[in-house]
Design a binder for this molecule. Sequence first.
Ligand code: ATP
Ligand code: PRP
Ligand code: NIO
Ligand code: MG
Length: 555
Amino acid sequence: MSAFSNCIVEQEHSQIFKMGGSYVVQALLTDLYQITMAYAYWKCGKMNDDSVFDLFFRKNPFQGEFTIFAGLEECIRLLQGFRFSDSDIEYLKIVMPPTTDPEFFNYLKTVSAKDITLSAVPEGEVVFPKVPLITVTGPLAVVQLLETPLLNLVNYASLVATNAARFRLAAGPDIVLLEFGLRRAQGPDGGLSASRYCYLGGFDGTSNVLAGKLFGIPVKGTHAHAFVTSFINLQEVKIRTLMSAEGSREVDFVDLCLKYQAELSSIIDFLPDQVVEGELAAFICYALAFCTGFLALIDTYDVIRSGLPNFCTVAMALHELGYQAQGIRLDSGDLSYLSQLVKSKFVKIAAHYRLPWFEKLSIVASNDINEDTIHSLNHQGHTISCFGIGTHLVTCQKQPALGCIFKLVEVKKKARIKLSEDVDKVTIPGQKSVYRLYGANGTALVDLLQSSTEPVPQVGQRVLCQHPFQETKRAYVIPTAVRSLHVTWWKDGKVVQYLPTLGELREKAKQSLSSVRPDHKRTLNPTPYKVSVSSALYTFIHDLWLENAPIGELS
Ligand SMILES: Nc1ncnc2c1ncn2[C@@H]1O[C@H](COP(=O)(O)OP(=O)(O)OP(=O)(O)O)[C@@H](O)[C@H]1O
Ligand SMILES: O=P(O)(O)OC[C@H]1O[C@H](OP(=O)(O)OP(=O)(O)O)[C@H](O)[C@@H]1O
Ligand SMILES: O=C(O)c1cccnc1
Ligand SMILES: [Mg+2]
């Protein structure tokens, strides 16, 4: 992303979601229970108790074994502006019961993120269950108030970035992936977030023009069926002339197209009287408007008998005038079969006219594409060069939510644990450090959680990594590299770290994903990545567990 577009984000971020007159990410974008708890903390004098909360998830989405962490910059921006305005407080006076002590509202007026410290895994990093993605420390009532907006900002961003990364893995590195989801997204905010985080997850562009302006994402697109069906015949081509690329001659472009229609009919085998005239008129008009970037949607009537011949006709006429067409889009039918058929005709034309670029024309495919469709198309030997993906990508139809949670792990320097019948729901107590240990070939081996007071694991030294809850699951690891995953981003009321641009985050996600072993990334039955605790933390968890679990009585 350019410095220019980053600057637009800075200037206009506060205008993006103006709804009802105010920026939608704000202190009141929360669940009521955060406010009622804040009141009860305040009422019993606990509001300033030092607290530590971890934000994490328990299960990777899409039956996968990895997640891309996204949304962090928006969390930091939330802290920057975190306060209750006068009108917020007036509103809360109505919402809270009449018995509420009026002094509480004076307290709310003083609330800000100035005493909050936020450390987190860098945005764009591949992350795994149980690892604290964000740790927030500060006055209990204020950190509590942050729970809902932080979860809101991380959950969808990480889900859709992960979805995008999965589409990228399915498609491979060389296919162009475009996000076409705005019309199907969960509202305007969902649409903008989808475009932003799909780009982070590895998409190449979006059709969403506002996302392009605000976030510097390349905007791309073709045209719709309506453009084709709006034309009935060639008489509708009112301005028929086109100047050649080098400016030396102007020709009747419709006549030139009809010359190529006759010529091509025997080369790629079609009947000129079967092509739809209105479609040809539409393509001619689109080419006249975009002579240097002509791309046509060819499935309105019949790809084989009409759309493809009409495209080739116009593309060859453009070529005679020194312009190169860009390609076609398919939006229905058997996308593998049709793409191969289209390619074979392109190859024929390329050979006949000795135009090597003609066989490299883009073949864009769209229509309800999901991750499984791409895998299936791969097996069928498709020749698609670009996928335009909307619904399944932005709505994350395969799994519509990521389950990040925000749990208290320490208060007044005392570690807290949340117990559950379901072992997976027991929290890992206390303030922790998180390390990623790398193996011999530079791939990530294990994430290790330790109490923050423990020494950093050392390269070349054996570390015992234990499953947090199953004593028999443990392994020694001799890391070739050790990375501390958490960075402090916000402290003393300020952003204390460079915030990467969206383009840098996209690069980060790509590089982080490449350090993860392929078996963790495969679609079918991927291997779970190991997230472990140090033996000191293991003992600590289980001692605290025993201390807090009531002893039942048999009778
Ligand atoms: N070769 C293929 N292998 C697997 N799935 C495919 C293949 N070609 C297309 N698909 C998928 O099959 C589905 C076809 O959907 P559907 O039958 O609704 O579309 P259509 O009739 O071709 O087009 P329209 O959108 O005009 O109704 C789409 O989800 C598409 O992505
Ligand atoms: O299929 P998606 O992955 O959501 O991609 C976006 C879709 O939006 C457009 O058409 P639209 O769906 O509006 O109409 P159509 O299905 O009749 O072509 C486009 O042609 C795609 O099919
Ligand atoms: O540009 C396109 O082809 C496009 C954009 C949005 C939705 N469907 C297609
Ligand atoms: Mg559709």
